[in-house]
Design a protein around this ligand. Structure first.
Ligand SMILES: C[S@@+](CC[C@H](N)C(=O)[O-])C[C@H]1O[C@@H](n2cnc3c(N)ncnc32)[C@H](O)[C@@H]1O
Length: 231
């Protein structure tokens, strides 16, 4: 493993999508679930921001179903954005898609009609970085607009954490991940995931100016929440 446990501009970035499909329960479905939730709240010309656009699956899923949505994807990794750009072009949905290298704080626009942030916040330490991400997202949203968050979570001291973690590791094996890859993936998780419990996530969201926080998904250690920016 390189020094950075989740090097999205390196070996992990190359392997990311295959690993995500293997290790994240309901990975592809998670984007369709977000689409279903957002379709209930947005009109046909909505402006969405995808934070941590990754390889572009989320953007393509949204655009195929809602061609009129205008999507801005932002990501810190040039390599991941490159993959996203190819995927968007291959899918023929590039009209109305803007990809930006950076973070939410680099965006010129605000007042988005919705924001999604999938599999990003768990990489940030809870030393102000998670809070800053959520605050940056909240600042980019129109008042009352929805935010969908999906990520690993858990309280490592809670009685169910070990059981869920063990089951999650077993799930990697059931999904076909080989032994050496499981060892390496576990080392990445131990070095690079900054766990937060659900109550802590809700606290961070409230402090960032979100209300009506509802969990719509849980599987093993993954959770999905939808909230809205307070007016
Ligand atoms: C695990 S991938 C998730 C990609 C996609 N959302 C998905 O669920 O497949 C995390 C992505 O977030 C990006 N990232 C990490 N921190 C970020 C930040 N503060 N702002 C924007 N992107 C970030 C990484 O470069 C990486 O491409």
């Amino acid at each position: 493993m390189s020094q950075e446990p989740f090097d999205f501009d390196g070996a992990y970035g190359d392997a990311y999508e295959r690993l995500a499909r293997t290790a994240i329960p309901g990975y592809l479905s998670s984007f369709r679930q977000a689409l279903a939730l957002l379709q209930g709240r947005l009109g046909p010309r909505a402006r969405l921001l995808v934070v941590g656009a990754g390889t572009g699956i989320e953007i393509v899923t949204f655009k195929r179903a809602e061609p009129g949505w205008r999507l801005t994807g932002v990501d810190l990794s040039a390599q991941m954005l490159d993959t996203a750009e190819h995927r968007v072009r291959e899918a023929g949905v590039e009209a109305g898609v803007t990809l930006i290298h950076g973070t939410v704080d680099d965006l010129a626009e605000n007042d988005f009609d919705a924001v999604t942030c999938f599999n990003v916040m768990h990489f940030l330490p809870d030393d102000g970085a998670k809070q800053a991400l959520l605050r940056g997202i909240s600042n980019r949203l129109a008042p009352g607009a929805p935010f969908v968050l999906f990520e690993l979570h858990g309280d490592r001291a809670a009685p169910d954490f070990d059981e869920l973690f063990t089951a999650w590791s077993r799930y990697w094996e059931i999904q076909g991940m080989g032994g050496p890859e499981r060892v390496e993936f576990r080392a990445r998780i131990d070095a690079g995931i900054h766990w937060a419990s659900e109550p802590r996530i809700r606290e961070l969201m409230a402090r960032a100016g979100f209300k009506d926080v509802r969990r719509y998904f849980r599987s093993l250690l993954y959770g999905g929440w939808i909230a809205r920016r307070a007016r």
